[in-house]
Design a protein around this ligand. Sequence first.
Ligand code: 5GP
Ligand code: 5GP
Length: 276
Amino acid sequence: MKMACSALSVSVQFKAILLLVCLQLVVSVSASAIEQTQTQTQTQREFDYFALALQWPGTYCQRTRYCCSSNACCRRSNAPTEFTIHGLWPDYNDGSWPACCTRSNFDEKLISTLHDDLEKYWPSLSCGSPSTCHGGKGSFWAHEWEKHGTCSFPVIRDEYNYFLTGLSVYFKYNVTQVLENAGYIPSNTEKYPLGGIVSAIENAFHATPLLVCSKGSVEELHLCFYKDFKPRDCVVGSSTLNDMVSSKSSCPLYVSLPAYVSLGLDSVKTTLSLDA
Ligand code: 5GP
Ligand code: 5GP
């Protein structure tokens, strides 16, 4: 499977198709392997569903105070203008989630064939060096794998398949495209009804997303999936707009979807691990 999936470089269309085929393989191989001996130490109970957490660069990049090579907000004309991936998160139905489930340390070499896609679709939008699970600091990818990826067992069993699956689901459910088709275009002047954004996603994917806002702007949009990657509602039970506007989401009834504004910041050679 790894060899087939490594051919991800070719053309964009081929790549998308290959990724989807790979996703099917990942799921079926994982399912048939459930009965096999578990090689990783598990201390937390198995998760219930996945959330694909997407982040909106137009909102995140407004926070950038200084630049560094790891921050995609600093790419100026090449900065991302679509939702990018924050993480693929195993969650429990009660609203909690497992974290740091095994001692598997992140190894960037294992995902070298995915590197270009990850830089483009799963970039860090910060200069911060997040903590990893076992006392160190690492990249954004290291943080996501160690904190969340290690808990996606037995559906996803290793680091390579964690990132491959994240990309595959992201390609299959193109939130930016759905919102654009519904008329929700990035803008620094317009505000859009939260209910309209939610409905556009529901109509496209037949499941209710979760939106997270910061100061009235969309910061994250989460899509949720059963363990076979069929879409499901993110909020368990009644998933009304009131739930969305309350507590966790912090979104007002009318939200902004800010357009990316080139930062005009100088790169700073720094090893500071402050968040940008
Ligand atoms: P925040 O407090 O900014 O919402 O979340 C901080 C971190 O907690 C996230 O980056 C993520 O690692 C974790 N987190 C927050 N909400 C969820 C969730 O619903 N599911 C999972 N698995 N992790 C979450
Ligand atoms: P989470 O909130 O996922 O648990 O943690 C994210 C960690 O990664 C934080 O320490 C944050 O500073 C760092 N980080 C690096 N790049 C990004 C990014 O693009 N988005 C978010 N949310 N956090 C990032």
